[in-house]
Design a protein around this ligand. Structure first.
Ligand code: HEM
Length: 203
């Protein structure tokens, strides 16, 4: 028999990751929003380079066979080609030194779900960043393609992701590993933000 206690003991994997990463998200959100990235295209370029590095480093997730079994549309979710086009639009060259391309640990399905959670979740804030970029002439055809999101809206892509992952039979240990992965992904995004957004601002 399922009791009320049983129900509270079963924490949804998405809620668990969301709750655990709230402070990391808030810190990153504040850092980005305080960095004066939306006054002109030159300032915005710092965000673009950070986004490029993040998408590039996590691109292997979108080709991971086990994740693809869970999410058949996984490959089409990658935004790397869009951010590359945005950089070309603005005449930016891709950073390519070895220290810029760390080999990220993508060890097991549960951890990889955690890393993917962060990249897919970042679509939710992207819609608002897209509106800001539109103010200085960027669009889904020029410079802000990676922020524009799918035609059906970022909410739909996110809902499908969250529902699919939530209905998988992950046990508590796997949920914990996913959460560690999500926290590591936020750490990585924060390091890139400090390097390309915040650090670049301070010169
Ligand atoms: C690399 C990862 C992420 C980055 C860089 C990021 C960045 C941001 C930024 C800068 C905002 C603020 C936009 C504004 O104030 O106008 C924001 C908002 C938001 N983010 Fe994130 N985020 C990330 C991951 C996530 C994740 C994993 C989730 C949830 C699972 C999430 C959910 C949201 C939501 C719901 C908002 C508010 C959207 C709105 O008000 O329209 N984000 N994010």
């Amino acid at each position: 028999m399922t009791t009320a206690l049983d129900a509270t003991q079963t924490i949804d994997i998405i809620s668990q990751m969301r709750t655990a990463t709230l402070p990391a998200h808030e810190k990153l959100d504040n850092l980005i929003m305080a960095s004066d990235l939306f006054s002109d295209r030159e300032s915005y370029s710092r965000l673009l380079i950070m986004q490029y590095c993040l998408q590039r480093d996590l691109e292997p997730l979108y080709h991971d066979a086990s994740l693809k079994e869970l999410l058949p549309d996984l490959e089409s979710r990658s935004r790397l080609h869009l951010v590359e086009q945005d950089m070309a639009d603005l005449g930016l060259t891709l950073p390519q030194s070895e220290e810029d391309t760390p080999a990220l640990p993508l060890p097991d399905l549960a951890s990889n779900v955690g890393w993917l959670f962060v990249l897919e979740g970042s679509r939710l804030g992207a819609a608002s960043l897209f509106r800001r970029a539109s103010a200085f002439g960027l669009s889904d055809c020029f410079g802000a393609r990676h922020l524009a999101g799918p035609a059906e809206g970022p909410g739909t892509a996110w809902r499908i992701f969250a529902q699919t992952i939530s209905t998988q039979p992950f046990n508590d240990e796997e949920k914990a590993r996913a959460t560690v992965g999500a926290l590591a992904a936020f750490d990585h995004a924060a390091a890139l933000t400090r390097q390309y957004v915040d650090g670049a601002q301070k010169g």
